[in-house]
Design a protein around this ligand. Structure first.
Ligand code: AHR
Length: 610
C-alpha cells in the first residue's frame, strides 16, 4: 500500500458522509429506542370500532369477577377508544375478589425491564361514577413478585381525571408487567396508560443504552422514519406527521401496515428532530409524497399533501411566531431544528405518479425554502436524471460477494449532476447470516469504494439500524436488543472504522497486489478536535481466506513533525468468517486495538484472513 501524504489531497470527504438510517421497523422505536414500556397505551391498536381487541392487554381475574370491554367514551378527540372494566366481585359479600384484586395488565413489548432502584412514571386517565380504590403495580415474570406498587384512591373521578404516580422498584425483572387492579365492585374506565423510566437520555424519552449505541457511531446525519414505513402498504396507513405531534395523549397512533405493528407514535416527528439534535446529526426527513406501495394520489389532487409538507418544514424551522413553529415552541423547543434535507418518498421512482407529484413538492419547497436540499428516489448513478434534485437516493441489498465487488459501483458515475445518498445498504444474502463477519467485511469493501468516490457520494447509511430480537421483520440489522440487553453485530462495529471519515481528507493511496480481487484500502487524514492533531488512518479490508503480509510505504512525511509512537492497529476479524455476535457473546466479533509496534513510513503489516 503506497500512500503519499504530501501530494495534493484528493478531496475533503463530506462532513455528513457516514450517518444512520432510522426506520420504525423491527420495533426499533415502539418497543425499542422510545422508552415507553406500555404497548397499546391508548387501547387504539384494535381499531376505532367497538368492541375492539385490546391486546396485548390481558385480564386479571375470571368471568365471575370482571368484565372488560371497550367503548368510545375517551376524553381524547382523536383516539376515542377507552377501556371499560366492570368489577363484579367485592371486598365482602357473596362474590369476594381474589386477594391480588382483579383488573388488567400490560406485558409491554415482550416484557418490561424493571430495575431495582429505578423510578418509573406511570400516567393514566381514569373515570368512574363511584369512588375508586386501585393498585398500580409492576409485577415480575412469575406473576407473583410485586416490584413496585402504589394506590390510587379518589372519591370523585366522575369526569376523566389524570393520575401520575412515581414507582420505585425494589427488585429487578426484565420480563415484568404493569398491572392495574381493584378489589372494589365498581365500573372503571381507563385510557392513555403510560409507563416511562424517569431516566431517559436528557429526559427526551430515548432509552439510554440504545441511544448510546447510536451516539458512539458519531453519525453525521440521521434519516428517518423509513424506509417503507414512510410509504405504507396503503396510503391510509402511512406516517402522517401532524398526527404524531403535540401532547402524547392526544396522538391517535397508527398501524404500520408494511411491518405489521401498531405504534402509539410517542416517537413522533418532533421526537425524531430532537433525536437528531441530541446526536449532533443532521436530520433527513423522508416524507410520504402521496404514494404508498399499492395506491397513489393523483397529481391533480396533490396540493394539500404539498401544503402539509410545507407546514412540516415550518414546524421544524419556523420561528416561534410562525403557525407551526409556535406549536414546536409550545412543545418545548423554541429554537428551530436544523432541517436542511428532505426526501420525497421511499423507493417510489418507478411508480406512475412519482415524477408529477415529485415536481409539485420540489417546486413548492424550493420556492419557500430555496436552501432546502431535496432528495429524489430516482437513481442517478447510471443515467442522468430527467428532473431536478440535490441528491438521489440509492439503495442496495445483495449478498456479501456482490456487495464487496460494489466497491467499484460509483467509479464510472458521471461527475456532474446530483450526488448520491446511499441511504440503505445491507448484505441480505444467506452468506451474511443474521450479521456475520463476512457481511461486515463486504460492507466495509463497499464503503471504501464510497470514500474513494466521495466526489459523487455525499452520504451513506446502513439499514435497518435496529432489531428487537422478538420481532425480526427484516434481516440483517446492525444493532440487536430486547427489553434490557443490546449488542452490535460485526457490521455495527465495522461502521466504527468510518466514524472519523466525516470531514476527513482523502489522501492519494494505491494498492499494488496480486490479491486485487480480495483486498481494498483507503487512506485519510483527520483532525482530532480533542488534541488538535492530525492523524493518518489507513483502512484495509482482506476479503480473502489468505494471510497477507502487506508492505506499507508512506511518502511525503519529510519535514513534518511526526509522532509514530502512539500508532495503533485496530482489527475486526474472527476465527470463522460466519461468526456472529449474540446476547451471550456480544463481542465475539468486535474491534481490538493494540499498539502498532513497528510504525514507520516503511512497515510490514500482517492481515489475517478475513
Ligand atoms: O431497510 C429495510 C427496507 O428495505 C426499507 O424499509 C425499504 O426501503 C427497503 O426495501
Amino acid at each position: 500500500l503506497y500512500v503519499n501524504v504530501s501530494a495534493d489531497p484528493v478531496r475533503n470527504i463530506s462532513q455528513t458522509m457516514f450517518g444512520i438510517s432510522f426506520e420504525e421497523i423491527n420495533h426499533s422505536g415502539a418497543g425499542g429506542l422510545w422508552a415507553e414500556l406500555v404497548s397499546n397505551r391508548g387501547f387504539e391498536a384494535g381499531g376505532q370500532n367497538t368492541p375492539s381487541n385490546i391486546g396485548p392487554w390481558t385480564v386479571v381475574g375470571d368471568e365471575s369477577s370482571i368484565f372488560v370491554s371497550t367503548d368510545r367514551s375517551s376524553c381524547f378527540e382523536r383516539n376515542k377508544i377507552a377501556l371499560q372494566m366492570e368489577v363484579l366481585c367485592d371486598t365482602d359479600g357473596d362474590n369476594i375478589c381474589p386477594a391480588g384484586g382483579v383488573g388488567v395488565y400490560n406485558p409491554g413489548f415482550w416484557g418490561m425491564n424493571i430495575e431495582q432502584g429505578e423510578t418509573y412514571k406511570v400516567t393514566l386517565y381514569v373515570r368512574s361514577l363511584e369512588p375508586i380504590e386501585m393498585s398500580v403495580s409492576f409485577i415480575g415474570s412469575n406473576g407473583l413478585q410485586t416490584l413496585a406498587t402504589a394506590d390510587i384512591v379518589d372519591d370523585d373521578v366522575t369526569n376523566w381525571t389524570k393520575k401520575e404516580i412515581l414507582l420505585e422498584a425494589n427488585g429487578t425483572d426484565t420480563n415484568s408487567r404493569l398491572q392495574l387492579t381493584t378489589r372494589k365492585k365498581c365500573t372503571i374506565w381507563l385510557d392513555q396508560v403510560s409507563a416511562m423510566p424517569l431516566s431517559t437520555h436528557e429526559g427526551h424519552g430515548f432509552r439510554h443504552d440504545l441511544f448510546n449505541m447510536l451516539a458512539d457511531l458519531k453519525p453525521g446525519f440521521i434519516r428517518f422514519p423509513g424506509g417503507s414505513f414512510v410509504e405504507g402498504d396503503w396510503l391510509v396507513n402511512a406516517f402522517r406527521w401532524k398526527e404524531t405531534i403535540g401532547p402524547w395523549e392526544e396522538r391517535p397512533g397508527h398501524f404500520g401496515d408494511v411491518w405489521k405493528y401498531w405504534t402509539d407514535d410517542g416517537l413522533g416527528y418532533f421526537e425524531y428532530l430532537q433525536l437528531a439534535e441530541d446526536l449532533g446529526a443532521l436530520p433527513i426527513w423522508v416524507f410520504n409524497g402521496g404514494i404508498s406501495r399499492n395506491d397513489q394520489v393523483n397529481t391533480l389532487l396533490i396540493s394539500p399533501f404539498v401544503q402539509d409538507i410545507l407546514d412540516a418544514i415550518d414546524f421544524a424551522r419556523g420561528n416561534t411566531s410562525s403557525t407551526w413553529g409556535s406549536i414546536r415552541a409550545a412543545m418545548g423547543h423554541p429554537d428551530p431544528f436544523d432541517l436542511q434535507y428532505v426526501a420525497v418518498g421511499n423507493q417510489d421512482c418507478g411508480k406512475k405518479n412519482y415524477r408529477g407529484t415529485y415536481m409539485k413538492f420540489y417546486t413548492a419547497i424550493k420556492e419557500a425554502y430555496p436552501d432546502m436540499k431535496i432528495i429524489t428516489n430516482c437513481d442517478g448513478s447510471a443515467q442522468t436524471l430527467d428532473h431536478p434534485a440535490d441528491l438521489y437516493d440509492f439503495h442496495v441489498y445483495t449478498n456479501a460477494k456482490s456487495m464487496f465487488s460494489m466497491n467499484h459501483n460509483f467509479d464510472h458515475t458521471s461527475r456532474s449532476g446530483p450526488k448520491a445518498f446511499v441511504s440503505e445498504y445491507d448484505v441480505t444474502g444467506n452468506d451474511g447470516g443474521k450479521g456475520s463477519l463476512l457481511k461486515a467485511l463486504a460492507e466495509a469493501g463497499f464503503l471504501l469504494g464510497l470514500e474513494r468516490n466521495s466526489d459523487v457520494v455525499e452520504m451513506a447509511s446502513n439499514a435497518p439500524l435496529f432489531v428487537n430480537a422478538n420481532d425480526r421483520r427484516f434481516n440483517a440489522d446492525a444493532i440487536v436488543f430486547d427489553s434490557s440487553k443490546v449488542y452490535g453485530t460485526p457490521s455495527y462495529w465495522m461502521q466504527h472504522f468510518f466514524k472519523e471519515s466525516n470531514g476527513a481528507t482523502l489522501l492519494n493511496s494505491k494498492l499494488q497486489t496480486n490479491s486485487s480481487s480480495s483486498l481494498v484500502a483507503s487512506a485519510v487524514s483527520w483532525k482530532n478536535p480533542e488534541d488538535n492533531k492530525s492523524y493518518l488512518r489507513m483502512k484495509i479490508v482482506n476479503f480473502g481466506s489468505n494471510i497477507i503480509s502487506l508492505k506499507v510505504l508512506i511518502d511525503g512525511l519529510d519535514g513534518k513533525s511526526i509522532d509514530a509512537s502512539g500508532s495503533t492497529i485496530t482489527t475486526l476479524t474472527s476465527t470463522n468468517v460466519k461468526d456472529e455476535n449474540s446476547f451471550n457473546e456480544p463481542k465475539k466479533v468486535a474491534p481490538t486495538t493494540s499498539p502498532l509496534e513497528n510504525a514507520s513510513n516503511k512497515m510490514n503489516v500482517i492481515l489475517p484472513p478475513y
